[in-house]
Structures are given as C-alpha cells and as structure tokens.
Design a protein around this ligand. Structure first.
Ligand code: ATP
Length: 242
C-alpha cells in the first residue's frame, strides 16, 4: 500500500537559513502519527514543509497520494484534503464562533460532506454553547476546539495538529485528547506534534523523534519505551552550565 504522505530527505529554509536538514517520514491511511522533539527541534517547520507555509522546501520530496507538494501554493494543499491547525490557532478573533465556522468552504469534490457544523458541535459542545461569542473572547482551550473544528469543515483526509494541547489546563487538554481519539475513529489520518507524550500515548500508532531538523527515530510507542536512551538523548531538557 502506498503511504498517504511521504517525506523523503526533506530540507527546508526560511530565506537563507535552513531549519529542516533531512526529515523522513510517512503516514498511512487512517494512521495517527506523532512528532516529538524539544523546543526548536523542528516540529513546526516540518508541518510547514507539508503545507508550504512560510518555509521553502529546498531539497527532497513531500508527496501526498503520490503528488509532489513542494512548490504548490498553500491553498492548493488544503484543497487536496490536508487540514492544518497551527500552534497559534489562527481563528478570526473579531468574528463570532458561528461566523468562524461558516468561513471554511467545502472542497467541491461533489462528494457528500462528512463534517457539518452540527457534527463539530457534537464533537466540541462548548462551541455550540458559545456560538454567538467573539472568538477572541474564548478561552485558549475553546479557541483550540474552534481551530480544529474549522479545519474539519473542509473534510480533510489528513489533519495536521501542531501541539494541540499546548498551554491548555489539564482538564481541557483531556477534552482535546478525547476529541483526537474520536477523530481517529472516523478514519481520518492524523499527524500531530506533542511535547507531552503521555497525552497521546494511547492514540498514536507510531512516533517520530525530531532533533535539530532531522528525524532520528521512527517506531511504535512500545519500541520507543523499550529504549529509554532515546528520550534521554533527544527529549530531556539540556541544562546549560553557567
Ligand atoms: P517549538 O516546540 O518551540 O515550537 P519546534 O520543534 O516546533 O519548536 P521550530 O519552530 O520548527 O521548532 O523551529 C526549528 C528552527 O527553525 C529553530 O531554530 C527556529 O529558530 C527556526 N525558525 C522557526 N520559525 C522560523 C522563522 N519564521 N524564521 C526563521 N527561523 C525560524
């Protein structure tokens, strides 16, 4: 079976400065894959290499269902069925929750839409409760729900979630974990980045560790846990001696 998404020896640069120095990963249909790494390891930049946002792929290939994505405009990538929830969430703060949800347009593929506003309200009940509230007045957790809901309304086959639990209170983070589990059951492929592995431990099928812009580990959660040296080497905070 051909993977849904493949990144082969991907390098990416912000202007003259290269930040991704060789990322190799793949995602199969229906898989949940998690990228982990320290702050600044290159998780966000890896997502940007997929959605062609801000960074320029300078070497290697990023293929989605066999089609090269490098060099495409970001809106084309979305139209192909890739949803992206960036770390900064990007909701429209001066529009209401409902208005934020009306903005995404269907792909026009002719297929019946799976995700409707009613379905995203069922996934995230607080959005229905606060549907008239300005998005800028929502809590961080509610904004995260709105951002995920917006990206679902394009009916993605692959959804990228960049640190979806970042900055959320434990209870709200748990709600997002449950929503991700539900998404997995709908068959959508998911690529997420996470600093707190325990939150995705039961959901992720495989993980990649990224360090200094390079993928340095690929395996199941079980394989990762069998080798504590990997976490020690690549995930623990390095203390600078003063
Ligand atoms: P974090 O968890 O802190 O978001 P990350 O693993 O997502 O970290 P990136 O944000 O991808 O890491 O950063 C990887 C490298 O790219 C860092 O050296 C960072 O300084 C650099 N970088 C990120 N964004 C930009 C940008 N817009 N312009 C230039 N360099 C950038």
């Amino acid at each position: 079976m051909t993977p849904m998404l493949t990144m082969e020896d991907v390098h990416g640069a912000y202007g003259p400065s290269e930040a991704v120095h060789g990322v190799n990963l793949h995602i199969d249909e229906g898989e949940v894959v998690c990228i982990v790494g320290r702050n600044g390891a290159g998780k966000t930049s890896t997502f940007r290499c997929i959605v062609q946002d801000m960074i320029r792929v300078t070497k290697g290939s990023v293929r989605f269902k066999g089609q090269e994505l490098a060099g495409l405009p970001p809106h084309r990538v979305v139209q192909m069925g890739i949803g992206y929830v960036p770390e900064d969430r990007r909701v429209f703060p001066t529009l209401s929750v409902m208005e934020n949800l009306i903005v995404p347009r269907p792909m026009g593929s002719g297929k019946a839409k799976y995700w409707t506003i009613q379905k995203v309200f069922e996934l995230f009940p607080p959005l229905e409760e606060f549907k008239s509230r300005l998005a800028g007045n929502l809590s961080g957790g509610q904004q995260q729900m709105l951002s995920i809901a917006r990206s679902l309304l394009i009916d993605p086959v692959l959804l990228l979630l960049d640190e979806p639990h970042e900055g959320l209170a434990p209870l709200v983070a748990r709600e997002v974990v449950n929503a991700i589990r539900h998404l997995k059951s709908t068959g959508v492929s998911l690529l997420l980045s996470e600093q707190h592995l325990h939150l995705v431990k039961d959901t992720a099928d495989r993980i990649y560790v990224v360090d200094r812009g390079i993928t340095v580990f690929d395996g199941t959660m079980e394989q990762f846990e069998q080798d504590p040296e990997i976490a020690k080497k690549y995930l623990m905070v390095v203390r600078q001696e003063s």
